[in-house]
Design a protein around this ligand. Structure first.
Ligand SMILES: CC(=O)SCCNC(=O)CCNC(=O)[C@H](O)C(C)(C)COP(=O)(O)OP(=O)(O)OC[C@H]1O[C@@H](n2cnc3c(N)ncnc32)[C@H](O)[C@@H]1OP(=O)(O)O
Ligand SMILES: O=CC(=O)O
Ligand SMILES: [Mg+2]
Length: 569
């Protein structure tokens, strides 16, 4: 029998097995591993709150997911996404979002990263104005990662977080001045298979939001938000009806906490193609709770392919060629700026994928230069701030924004971008230009497999070939391969007339696996999950019907139920 102290003081213990289990409210069942630290998060009251959210909103969420399917069918039958005539009055109406709280008026550089303990401390200390703590693109959503993430965030908000790196004998603690914390829960589509509510897996984002909100709203408002908060980033929405659900979730949370309506604030990532036609509508639904929109450029590219999966006339060139200089990407960023500033909130830029290259000063300078150029384009266009993937990039990005923003904390009032009012539906979906090459196919495959291998072993963002890779960038590799195979595209950049076939892809996948083994070394390759990753990735690239998300299939491989030590339904 395991001792009580291992499990935390008040843990209920099974008479039969002597094992501790979570104390859950009626209808809630926890199937994840028991841990005394997790039990401080998974309290009866916090779970009651999450279950309340699930019960109130589950039918709305199901309906919203059904609507996504309907829209997909329309696009798959040749339809194009566009502005909704029924909500013209919202787009043309004169209304404003609630004023931006002063605690987050200045967001010129935001660092992002998974909710890992050391990274949270480093990010909060990084000198960035905001830290976006991520349960999404950069986190592999294992039970351990999610629950440790909640523990870490609670300690961070309390100000007590520390980390002892034993190998380096270094202790990490928070500085006096830290970045403001935003938390990004998962997207609506992801279930949390370790928590069942009324016999069904909980909605992942309601678990992330609910547990974090419940445990932190009071301390956050005291220590971070100057009376506002907590603050959130909301990912992967496709339609304003999804924003409306979030708005209702926020109102319910505020009521439970007894705090003013409009306390919670959120920035929505515009990172699906359908959502770019709904930006006003999304802000409108969240107008009491909004602090802007963000150009989630990587998922946006993924969504372009997904939306046009049945449109062989809109195939992507090599992934490296799909940047912000493509007309459809620039139009999206410009319209986002105009929309946000017209409604009085931040228009945030996106992530440059470059990271510092430690062992090659020349390559490092070239990477930094690309980041500077990308950020200069953003600030000159009117973005109020942007994302950094790594603390080493912050000084350069800060300098670019500070030198070009004047003295104000943001550009909301000063850069209106009225010219962007002329952006048309066609501008927003214009075919990307560029060539396709064998190296493009190979790189997608090599990156996709290595990313999935990392994800299966608990790491959701990795450095690969000097770039940051996460779930969004890996999705581009997957769907681009799928699209090229499905339509048998010619690799026109190589001038060899080679067409992408299932057979060619099979050979490429084999050869790239051999290359990965060589690069990572035989030992690591054997111990890692490369074979499983290759199976998942290649199956999805070859699937007759495109899977909606890479991580939905892979998720089944990281779910670990512990029926003996968990709670009882
Ligand atoms: C498409 C999107 O959604 S973008 C947003 C989601 N993606 C992300 O947030 C990616 C965030 N970035 C990362 O995860 C990391 O930077 C990686 C994986 C790309 C590279 O990480 P590493 O290989 O650890 O980088 P590196 O070894 O250079 O790190 C140096 C130090 O910086 C820290 N660091 C690196 N990135 C971050 C970060 N984003 N936040 C905080 N600290 C960081 C490391 O922890 C390390 O700290 P230490 O010196 O105290 O040990
Ligand atoms: O979440 C950000 C993105 O680019 O995707
Ligand atoms: Mg994203």
């Amino acid at each position: 029998m395991v001792g009580m102290e291992t499990y935390g003081y008040n843990a209920p213990m099974s008479k039969k097995t002597g094992a501790a289990y979570y104390d859950v409210p009626e209808g809630v069942d926890i199937r994840g591993r028991y841990d005394g630290e997790f039990a401080k998060i998974l309290t009866r009251d916090a779970l009651q709150f999450v279950a309340g959210l699930q019960r109130e909103f589950r039918n709305h969420i199901k309906y919203a997911m059904e609507c996504r399917k309907e829209a997909k069918q329309r696009y798959n039958s040749g339809g194009l996404p566009g502005f909704d005539p029924a909500t013209k009055y919202v787009r043309e109406g004169e209304w404003m979002c609630a004023p931006v709280p002063s605690a987050v008026a200045d967001r010129r550089v935001e660092i992002t990263g998974p909710v890992e303990r050391k990274m949270i401390i480093n990010a909060l200390n990084s000198g960035a104005k905001v830290f976006m703590a991520d349960f999404e693109d950069s986190l592999s959503p294992s039970w351990e990662n999610l629950m440790r993430g909640q523990v870490n965030l609670k300690d961070a908000v309390d100000g007590t977080i520390s980390f002892h790196d034993q190998a380096r004998n270094r202790v990490y603690k928070l500085n006096d001045q830290t970045a403001k914390l935003f938390v990004r829960p998962r997207g609506w589509h992801l279930p949390e298979a370790h928590i069942f509510i009324d016999g069904e897996p909980a909605t992942g984002c309601l678990v992330d939001f609910g547990l974090y909100f419940y445990h932190n709203y009071a301390a956050f408002r005291r220590n971070q938000g100057e009376g506002y908060g907590p603050f959130f980033y909301l990912p992967k929405m496709e339609n304003s009806r999804e924003a409306k659900i979030w708005n209702n979730v926020f109102e319910r949370a505020e009521k439970m906490a007894g705090i003013e309506k409009g306390s919670i604030r959120a920035t929505v990532l515009i990172e699906t193609l359908p959502a770019v036609f709904q930006m006003d509508e999304i802000l409108y639904e969240l107008r009491d709770h909004s602090v802007g929109l963000n150009c989630g450029r990587w998922d946006y590219i993924f969504s372009y392919v997904k939306t046009f999966q049945s449109h062989p006339d809109r195939l992507l060139p090599d992934r490296v060629l799909v940047g912000m200089n493509q007309h459809f990407m620039r139009s999206y960023s410009d319209l986002l700026i105009r929309t946000c500033h017209r409604r009085g909130v931040h228009a945030m830029g996106g992530m440059a994928a470059q990271i510092p290259i430690r062992d090659d000063p020349k390559a490092n300078e070239a990477a930094l230069d690309l980041v500077r150029k990308d950020k200069l384009r953003e600030v000159m266009a009117g973005h109020d701030g942007t994302w950094a993937a790594h603390p080493g990039l912050i000084p350069a990005i800060m300098e670019v924004f500070t030198n070009n923003m004047g003295n104000s904390p943001n550009l909301i009032k000063t850069v209106k971008r009225e010219d962007a009012a002329n952006i048309t539906e066609e501008d927003l979906i214009q075919r990307p230009r560029g060539v396709r090459t064998m190296e493009g196919l190979r790189l997608n495959t090599r990156v996709g497999i290595q990313y999935v291998a990392a994800w299966l072993t608990g790491t959701g963002s990795v450095p690969l070939y000097n770039l940051m890779e996460d779930a969004a960038t890996a999705e581009i590799s997957r769907v681009q391969n799928w699209q090229w195979i499905k339509y048998g595209v010619e690799l026109d950049g190589d001038q060899l007339g080679v067409k992408v076939t299932r057979c060619l892809f099979g050979r490429v996948a084999e050869e790239e696996m051999a290359r990965i083994e060589k690069e990572v070394g035989r030992e690591k390759f054997k111990k890692g999950m490369y074979a499983e990753a290759s199976k998942i990735f290649t199956r999805q690239c070859l699937a007759p019907i495109l899977d909606d998300f890479l991580t939905l299939d892979a998720y089944n491989r990281i779910v670990i139920h512990h029926p003996k030590t968990s709670s009882k339904l």
